[in-house]
Design a protein around this ligand. Structure first.
Ligand SMILES: Cc1cn([C@H]2C[C@H](O)[C@@H](COP(=O)(O)OP(=O)(O)O[C@H]3O[C@H](C)C(=O)[C@H](O)[C@H]3O)O2)c(=O)[nH]c1=O
Length: 180
């Protein structure tokens, strides 16, 4: 695995290193010892799937409220997504900044998202599936977030036909004032 630090400290793009032969390839996409050695969270207690039937589906921008802040590893197992993380860490010099990354089944890229970030994505193809590794466990009442079209962030979502849930439509308009 190659860890590429993003401009938002503590977040990484991870590239699995393919070992190829005539059959195809093999690559490690997680290793607890490697993550611990890098000071990253290695005890990811839940693994989840997000299936998105239509291109343009947008989920987010979400986080779990303290004390249930999440660490996540996100990858695209089928199709493609535009993945966005937003730094909401109160003490961070990049507070209020965001990073977008195209994660696809073909590029096999992953994002490591530390605690204190909001997360969201938009699917770029039909039948897109996203894999999550998350800690701590899901706490239904801790769900929080803000709208994808926050005017302060002005995220340029790639697919014009945006499909979102009523819940996401009703989120607060901006991250302003949220400090984790
Ligand atoms: C997140 C989650 C949801 N659920 C249940 C709750 C609902 O019955 C159903 C769909 O939940 P929700 O609409 O909150 O799912 P998303 O809109 O995809 O939310 C996720 O989207 C953004 C992009 C994220 O990064 C988070 O993983 C998460 O907030 O799955 C669970 O049982 N466990 C879970 O961990």
């Amino acid at each position: 695995m190659i860890f590429h630090p993003l401009g938002l400290a503590g977040a990484f793009r991870i590239t699995p290193q393919l070992m190829t032969d005539e059959r195809g390839a093999f690559a490690r996409r997680f290793c607890a010892d490697t993550f611990r050695a890098r000071g990253l969270e290695a005890d990811l207690v839940q693994r989840s799937i997000s299936f998105n039937a239509r291109a343009g589906t947008l989920r987010g921008l979400h986080f779990q409220a303290p004390p249930h802040l999440e660490t996540k590893i996100v990858r695209c197992a089928r199709g493609a997504i535009f993945d966005v993380i937003v730094d909401l860490r109160d003490s961070s010099p990049t507070y209020g900044q965001w990073h977008g990354e195209e994660l696809t089944a073909d590029n096999r890229l992953m994002l490591y998202i530390p605690k204190g970030f909001a997360h969201g994505f938009q699917s770029l193809e039909d039948n897109t599936e996203v894999d999550y590794e998350i800690t701590p466990a899901y706490v239904p009442d801790a769900g929080a977030g803000f709208r994808f079209d926050d005017p302060i962030l002005a995220i340029d979502w790639p697919v014009a036909n945006i499909i979102i849930s009523e819940r996401d439509r009703a989120l607060p308009p901006s991250f302003a004032g949220i400090r984790l």
